[in-house]
Design a protein around this ligand. Sequence first.
Ligand SMILES: [Zn+2]
Length: 131
Amino acid sequence: MSLPARRSAWQGYARASVAASTCRLDNPPMFRLCTAANLPEAYLLLHRLAQSGIEARVLNEHAQGGLGEIPFTHAYPEIWIMEPADEERARRIVLEFEQTPSTPDTARCAACGEMNPQAFEICWRCGNILR
Ligand SMILES: [Zn+2]
């Protein structure tokens, strides 16, 4: 299997977390998959993982200010998977995810103004029903 020469931040983060996995704690058996550039991306990826039956969480979600504001460095949302055995499948999804155009279709929440992926039915930030 040959990877494209292009190396994105996603892959970089994925690589970086491999080392961390070797000393993971067994309880809880959570595993950091990667770091997302922003919250909508994190939640979109979470959605993709869920569609493939992979249980995941977004951590660090409150570390970032609102979109459009100057982001805090080193405070990117992190994707953690609950089952380390899902890692290989999850990484493939991350790879596919980063190869698709970023922010394909988004819908703005009428309640809080946050952008949500088109696939979402409720706003990830405030829980408002989007359609
Ligand atoms: Zn909202």
